[in-house]
Structures are given as structure tokens and as C-alpha cells.
Design a protein around this ligand. Structure first.
Ligand code: DCC
Length: 401
């Protein structure tokens, strides 16, 4: 429908200013946001004064949805599905600081025949309770549909849609690209799961990695810390997305599919000696690799792992610089040495975290160590140590020639 008609009474302007208010509040208060732009709401309970209410438009049996970044979709959206999406946004970090449209998935004839015979109520329950079958179309949007086979395969399963939902979002290159350069630095100081000192995290939700954590120390009591997402746009590096190895050519489906860097924030200023423990954890990278970065079949190439480490340590330097107020005017940090020990095959398609620690600073030499490990901390895939050197920019330029 043309914008002029849709916006006849300024409804869209009002919605837009509401969204802007939410974003600006989030940016100023350090919390994150999700904005869902559903299509016209159909299905009960009928709360709108519109034709869908007048004719009690049910919305059909299929509870599949199509989601797409931004504002590209038009169509209906079932109320219960919309409500589910709101809940998923509250629970999934992938939904932080994103804006997306959502409408009812119009099933192809094949899918329609598979969903035939399932009542609307059953379909709703199934949508909420079973993994969805995901399909991708050429517009990079993600489609969910429930097939009869899926229902039969999972009739006794307790799996919920959240897994399918979050992995679908992660699966969408388009989505991730829009997610990365967010202007809002989200601070997640929600208490998610209590995490112990052995770094055992609940396995399938990335969110738990970033929960506030309490650490015991017999001499000094507790310190609290949490992780805050770092934003590539905060650093003055032009064309980051186009020419940077990770966020440029190696970014996307099958390649590096997620590389979220979080800096550790210590909140207890009373015990700086704990904060300054050595080695001190500076950053955690939440990452996912695709299936097109292999050396041997199904195993991620060691060179790629080295790249992931090098980058993580570079970001750790940014944190160090901010925390320790290192004077780096006229200087640039470069990797002088990087050593990697590969401990276990890092399989294609895996999710993992890289933890980076600061070991020592000697003049302009900074030593880091890092670990690539599974999210539950049980498997260490690789360990690295590095020497970064602060080099004079002008001197570096001379060397280039
Ligand atoms: C939020 C967004 C964030 C975004 C964050 C993004 C992060 C991206 C991170 C990517 C980082 C990279 O890959 S950078 C790209 C790869 N690296 C490079 O291109 C660097 C190339 N190398 C160089 O330019 C040079 O060798 C330097 C700058 C490293 C050092 O030259 P220099 O400045 O003349 O200093 P020099 O006297 O030689 O060395 C200084 C001290 O370091 C020691 N040293 C130097 N190299 C080594 C070495 N390989 N192994 C051991 N020690 C060494 C020396 O012994 C000396 O110790 P002492 O005698 O003082 O005790």
C-alpha cells in the first residue's frame, strides 16, 4: 500500500517517533532494545477497531512467519505469534538492538499440504513447542514453517522454538550485517544464570556468557563484573566493514557468522587489587564459524583460528588502553608475535568463545594470552600467546616503503 495512504493520519510518523524515543532512551541509559514491526494483527484476542476484528480474521492454520531486517515486509501477522516474538526478543541476545518486520509466512502448496489437518490452536501450540523447519529464499529473509514430518518427529520432544528462532536469526547473513554496526552499546547487567569460577555456562544460550558474575575471593570478598558489547563503530577505522578481514570479505554465511566482542567491566572499585589480578581477563568474543573455512574436511583451518585470536587480542588492547589510559598518541598497535597451540579440532559450524587475558606490559611491549573454548568451558580448542608492540605510525609508514 502506498506510504501516503498508510500514513494518512500520521500513524507511521507516530510509530517512528515512538521507535526513535525507545532507541534514544536505550542509548542514553545503556540498555538494549528490540523493535518488532508486525504486519496487520490478525487472530484473537480481537482488540483493534479494524476490519480484521469486524470479520474475526483468524489468520489461518499456519503459524509460520517470515522475518526480515528493517522495513521490507508487508502482510498480516498473527497475534499469538507476535506475542511469542516479543518473548523471544526478551530472551535472545541476537535480538538486541535490532529492528525487524514480521509477517505471516504464506505457505507454498507443498507446505500447505503438510500443515493441512492441523487446527489453528494446534498449529499455535506446535509453533511454540517444536523446532521449525527453516528455509531461506533469495531475499535472505528467514522463513519458518512447520511440516507434518517435523510434528511427527518431535511429538515427544520438549524442544522449544527458541533454539530454532535464535539459530535462524544467526543463519541470516542479512540480519547479522544489520546487527553488527549498532550505534547502541548495550549493557547487559541482568542477572542471567549464576556462573561459577570454572566458567561452566549453560550450553545453548549465548546470553549466559554475559551474565553478571560473582567471584569469591577468600581475602577480599566478592567482586562483580559483567560484559559490555564493544562496537566497531566506536573506533575511528574507516571502511571497517568493507576491508577488514573479519567484518569484510570473511563475513557471512558459511564464513565467520558471528564475532561479538564484549569487554569485561569490573564493578567493585573497593578491591582494585582483584581487578588487577594477573592474568586479567579483558575481553570475551562470542563467535560462530561457518562451514566454508576448512583446512581438512569439516575442521576449521588453523590460519583462520589464528586470525580470530589476533583480532580478539587487538580488541583487548583497546580495552586496556581505555582502562589503563595508555598514551598512544602517534602510535599504532601491531602484532609482533603470535603463537598458537591447537588442542582439539574446531569443527566447522561451531560456536565458541575466545577469552583474552593481559599478562604483562613492558614499555611499549604488551603480552596477551587467549583461549578458544566451548561455551561451557569444557573443551579448549586452541590457546594463544602474543606480543603486541606499540609502533610509531611514521616509522611504520617508512617500513612500508
Ligand atoms: C574496537 C575496535 C578494535 C579493533 C581492533 C582491531 C585489531 C586488529 C589487530 C590486528 C593486528 C595485526 O595483525 S597487525 C599486522 C601484523 N603485524 C605487523 O605488520 C607488524 C610488522 N612488524 C613491525 O612493524 C615491527 O617489527 C614492529 C613494529 C613490531 C617492531 O619494530 P620497532 O618499532 O622498530 O621496534 P623493535 O625495536 O624492533 O622492537 C621493540 C621491542 O619488541 C621486541 N620485538 C619485536 N618483534 C619481536 C618478535 N617478533 N618477537 C619477540 N620480540 C620482538 C624487540 O626485541 C624490542 O624489545 P626491547 O629491546 O625493547 O626489549
Amino acid at each position: 500500500m502506498p506510504f501516503l495512504i498508510l500514513n494518512l493520519f500520521g500513524v507511521l510518523d507516530a510509530k517512528r517517533s515512538g521507535e526513535d524515543a525507545v532507541k534514544s532512551y536505550a542509548m542514553n541509559s545503556g540498555c538494549s532494545y528490540s523493535i518488532i514491526r508486525p504486519g496487520r494483527l490478525v487472530g484473537g484476542p480481537y482488540t483493534n477497531l479494524d476490519l480484521a476484528t469486524l470479520f474475526q480474521v483468524e489468520g489461518g492454520a499456519s503459524n509460520g512467519v517470515t522475518v526480515q531486517s528493517g522495513d521490507a515486509l508487508l502482510g498480516d501477522c498473527k497475534r499469538d505469534v507476535c506475542a511469542e516474538a516479543v518473548l523471544q526478543c526478551l530472551e535472545n541476545r541476537e535480538c538486541e538492538d535490532v529492528v525487524f518486520s514480521m509477517h505471516r509466512f504464506r505457505a507454498s502448496s507443498a507446505t500447505a499440504s503438510m500443515t493441512a489437518g492441523v487446527s489453528a490452536a494446534a498449529a499455535a501450540a506446535i509453533f511454540l513447542s517444536y523446532p521449525a523447519r527453516m528455509e531461506r529464499d533469495h531475499h535472505h529473509d528467514v522463513q519458518y514453517s512447520i511440516s507434518r514430518e517435523t510434528i511427527q518427529q518431535h511429538t515427544t520432544s520438549n524442544n522449544n522454538i527458541m533454539t530454532a528462532w535464535s539459530s535462524s536469526l544467526l543463519d541470516s547473513n542479512y540480519w547479522l550485517r544489520s546487527n553488527i554496526p549498532t550505534k547502541c552499546e548495550a549493557v547487559n547487567n541482568k542477572k542471567m544464570d549464576t556462573v561459577n569460577n570454572n566458567k561452566t555456562f549453560a550450553s545453548n544460550t549465548p546470553a549466559t556468557v554475559y551474565g553478571e558474575e560473582e567471584e569469591s575471593n577468600s581475602a577480599n570478598g566478592r567482586i562483580n563484573y559483567y560484559y559490555k558489547r564493544m562496537n566497531p563503530n566506536d573506533v575511528d577505522r574507516t571502511s571497517l566493514m568493507e576491508s577488514h578481514a573479519i567484518f569484510g570479505p570473511l563475513w557471512g554465511e558459511g564464513l565467520i557468522e558471528r564475532y561479538h566482542v564484549y569487554k569485561r567491566i569490573n564493578t567493585n572499585n573497593e578491591h582494585p587489587q582483584i581487578v588487577l589480578q594477573s592474568p586479567r581477563e579483558l575481553t570475551v568474543v562470542d563467535l560462530k564459524v561457518g562451514k566454508k573455512l576448512n583446512g581438512h574436511d569439516g575442521i576449521i583451518h588453523g590460519g583462520i583460528i589464528s586470525l580470530l585470536f589476533d583480532e580478539a587480542m587487538g580488541w583487548a588492547y583497546e580495552c586496556l588502553q581505555q582502562q589503563d589510559q595508555i598514551d598512544s598518541s602517534g602510535m599504532i598497535i601491531v602484532t609482533a608475535n603470535l603463537t598458537v597451540n591447537f588442542r582439539a579440532p574446531f569443527l566447522a559450524g561451531s560456536e565458541a568463545v575466545i577469552r583474552v587475558y593481559h599478562n604483562e606490559t613492558k614499555g611499549r611491549k604488551i603480552y596477551f594470552s587467549a583461549r578458544l573454548e566451548s561455551k561451557d568451558g569444557r573443551v579448549v580448542f586452541a590457546e594463544a600467546s602474543s606480543l603486541f608492540v606499540l609502533a610509531r605510525k611514521d616509522k611504520l609508514r617508512m617500513k612500508e616503503r
